[in-house]
Design a protein around this ligand. Structure first.
Ligand code: ZN
Length: 507
């Protein structure tokens, strides 16, 4: 019998908000997910949740299914680990070193492999390193050498850099925004990897990068701005030589000087075709650069709009997304501005809102339920950005949660304030339900997410309002960042090709 082909697979994933003052530590991964070996393989089964409470099947489940379906007995699955953390601030230098050491030790421990599958977010940042995921890829290359194929899956908000491309054989990004194809992308990238180790295809990468930092509502795959581009990508993939096409639409809160949109095409040994398609897609993406995201109203305007939506409130709830403090994009979740506006201008509207304040949770944890409490929330992590706010109310609930530590509910008349120890990833109705609050009874549910809540709240949400307060996830955060040259829309840029050539190191 011939030797089975061994495929190692792992995940290190966290979406970094470089503007957040909070550092992400190994402990934050332990809190959300840090699985090893056989346990990881079990969690990648079709009927088991890969990321309980978040996703049933994600990239690694997709990869495992592809390996079993296409590789069968010829392939051996070698699970390493899955480390995943809630979006947040940069990885500490210590945490980055820990992951590099662990990855190297684990890869060496399993012995020679024929292929590697790496699921990353793609927009991770670290203390002193803009591109820690490229460092992880270099660790992989250091162990397996230059010839073993390495497949990488990324969020379409990833930062595609020359260092990442150089170390990868196959790159595949989500093709939906809000993201709903994690497992499918894992399957497709896994299938290409399996076919590569079996000698059926020879993947080659072509890519382009655009000096363009844009994001927000216009980038949803099914809305008019982006729909033609996603359709064009599907059309490109009808050619059997084209294995995968990705379009990266930029994570706006990454501080890499070469940040921007990007395109990437994987062909089966057709480099010229790949170059042509990557260029064509880049041109199409450049063509939508003037379709800027819509203006978001202030907190006060958002509350007034919710008040006017009388019928919709009666039929369900109004979701106000705190666009400047999206925990789903790595913000701290301690922004007090919207909470203050709800307290002062939202009278008569039953409103649910989260705020992160570990100090207040600790302070109230020993207080009996039903007590009148008065406390100052916010301003503990970034006091200059989030002015503390006094809240008076009745302590209604205390709870241990799965991913954001302990939580308490303060009933401040019309406002039910959920104070959490960790980052409050409020994007599903269960965030409130688990704490005894019923979203369908609320006039306003505050969410800390830009897109995903629209899926999860679909049955209850009758109106979506994005409010601009001020914080780590402002869509014009690029004004605070430094780039390696002119970028759109911060500067006037006549053509994308000059920056692209420089960034890719192409001549
Ligand atoms: Zn994303």
């Amino acid at each position: 019998m011939t030797r089975r082909l061994r495929l190692a697979f792992f995940r290190i994933s966290q979406e970094t908000n470089a503007l957040s003052p909070v550092r992400t530590e190994v402990e934050d991964f332990r809190q959300a997910q840090l699985l090893e070996g056989e346990e990881l393989l079990r969690m990648c089964g079709r009927w088991v949740a890969e990321a309980p409470g978040f996703l049933r099947n994600a990239e690694l489940s997709g990869f495992v299914r592809a390996a079993r379906e296409l590789g069968g007995d010829r392939v051996e699955l070698v699970p390493l680990f899955s480390a995943w953390a809630v979006p947040g601030g940069k990885l500490s230098a210590r945490a980055q070193r820990w992951f590099c050491d662990k990855l190297e030790a684990d890869l060496r421990a399993v012995g020679p492999v024929d292929g590697v599958f790496f699921s990353m977010h793609g927009a991770m940042g670290a203390e002193g390193d803009h591109d820690p995921e490229a460092a992880f890829l270099r660790v992989v290359r250091g162990v397996v050498g230059p010839d073993v194929p390495v497949a990488v899956t990324m969020d379409l908000h990833a930062h595609l850099s020359a260092s990442k491309v150089d170390a990868s054989t196959i790159i595949a990004a989500y093709r939906t925004n809000p993201h709903r194809d994690h497992a499918r992308v894992g399957y497709r990238a896994g299938a290409i990897l399996v076919r590569t180790v079996l000698g059926e295809v020879r993947p080659q990468l072509a890519w382009r990068t655009l000096p363009m930092v844009l994001g927000g509502g216009t980038t949803m795959d099914f809305l008019p701005t982006m729909r033609p581009l996603f359709r064009a990508m599907r059309r490109m993939e009808r050619d059997p030589r084209v294995l995968y096409v990705s379009l990266f639409m930029c994570h706006l809160w990454n501080d890499s000087p070469d940040l921007g949109w990007a395109t990437c095409v994987v062909t089966d040994g057709a480099p010229q075709l790949g170059e042509r398609l990557a260029e064509e897609l880049a041109d199409a993406a450049w063509g939508v650069r003037h379709r800027l995201p819509p203006h978001f109203p202030s907190s006060g305007e958002a509350i007034r709009a919710a008040r006017r939506a009388r019928v919709r409130r009666r039929l369900g709830t109004v979701c106000i997304s705190d666009a400047s403090d999206m925990v789903g994009a790595g913000a701290t979740g301690e922004n007090t501005r919207l909470v203050k506006a709800l307290l002062e201008e939202g009278k008569g509207l039953v409103s649910f809102a989260p705020i992160r304040d570990a100090v207040v949770v600790e302070e109230l944890w020993g207080v009996p339920l039903g007590s009148e409490v008065s406390t100052w929330v916010g301003g503990k992590l970034a006091p200059e950005e989030n002015p503390p706010l006094q809240v008076r109310g009745v302590l209604r609930r205390k709870e241990h949660t799965r991913t954001f530590g302990r939580a308490v509910v303060v009933d401040a008349d019309h406002l039910k304030l959920v104070v959490t120890e960790g980052p409050p990833l409020a994007m599903r109705p269960s965030f409130y339900k688990d704490l005894g609050l019923r979203p369908w009874k609320a006039d306003i549910c505050v969410v800390k997410s830009l897109f995903p809540f629209r899926l999860y709240f679909a049955l209850l949400n009758r109106k979506t309002i994005y409010a601009r307060t001020r914080g780590n996830t402002d869509l014009d955060a690029y004004r605070r960042l430094t780039f390696d040259g002119p970028v759109h829309p911060k500067d006037v840029v006549a053509d994308w090709r000059e920056a692209d050539r420089r960034r890719r190191g192409a001549t």
